[in-house]
Design a protein around this ligand. Structure first.
Ligand code: 5GP
Length: 212
């Protein structure tokens, strides 16, 4: 592996014995449902969360930063990660680029008692369910199909062909919502984040009111 974006030894292999689990939460949902925005807001609300940074063969978009938004890797580097059992799960998403969760940092975070968040697609969610059955899974749904289309068109980051492909995947993903432990409709960002905080058991108890 070469280049500044290449995953180092940290990403090779799994960290030995299967770690104790229960600390992993998978957040999935169709394109443009707002997964990224929800996870960023959740991280601000609960700074102790550990959010996995995926590896991807997709080219960075403007403003995306290596190691923060993704580890941007070549096809060869991605093959190498698969070959060395460096990914907890991986998938070709929207029929184009590959995305995967580096296994070792997740194992280390779980072993350190961190609450781990994976923001991944349906195929990845299924693999995590098979490999880490204790992991919790949450499906983020749009308020309606029309709202989803509006959001996808509105964000303007895809070509018309890419949009068509993403919407076809979205239909399939919405049909799989019942596979998940919980479903949260992302209508209002604040309300969605509070639902997640509740589901993850992260709400801090309000201090008892003391009368003067
Ligand atoms: P985008 O290219 O818009 O950043 O992401 C496209 C899709 O890839 C999203 O549905 C996102 O959830 C999914 N994705 C991001 N990282 C991973 C990953 O590590 N594994 C899998 N399976 N999907 C991912």
């Amino acid at each position: 592996m070469t280049g500044p974006g290449a995953p180092g030894p940290l990403y090779r292999g799994s960290a030995g014995a299967e770690p104790p689990c229960g600390g992993i939460t998978v957040i999935s949902g169709p394109t443009a449902v707002g997964k990224g925005t929800v996870v960023s807001a959740l991280r601000l609300r609960c700074p102790d969360l550990w959010v996995s940074v995926s590896a991807t063969t997709r080219a960075p978009r403007p403003m995306e930063r290596e190691g923060i938004d993704y580890h941007f890797v070549s096809n060869e580097d991605f093959d190498d990660l698969i070959e060395h059992d460096g990914l907890l799960e991986w998938a070709t998403v929207h029929g184009t680029d590959r995305y995967g969760t580096p296994a070792r940092p997740v194992d280390a975070a779980v072993a350190a008692g961190r609450h781990v968040i994976l923001e991944i697609d349906l195929q990845g969610a299924r693999q995590v369910r098979a490999r880490r059955p204790e992991a919790r899974s949450i499906f983020l749904a749009p308020p309606s199909w029309e709202v989803l289309v509006e959001r996808l068109v509105g964000r303007g980051t895809e070509t018309p062909e890419q949009r068509t492909r993403r919407l076809a995947t979205a239909r399939m993903e919405l049909a799989a919502a019942s596979e998940f432990d919980h479903l949260v409709v992302n209508e209002d960002l604040g309300a969605t984040v509070e639902s997640l905080v509740d589901l993850l058991g992260l709400a801090t108890p309000t201090p008892a009111k003391v009368n003067p």
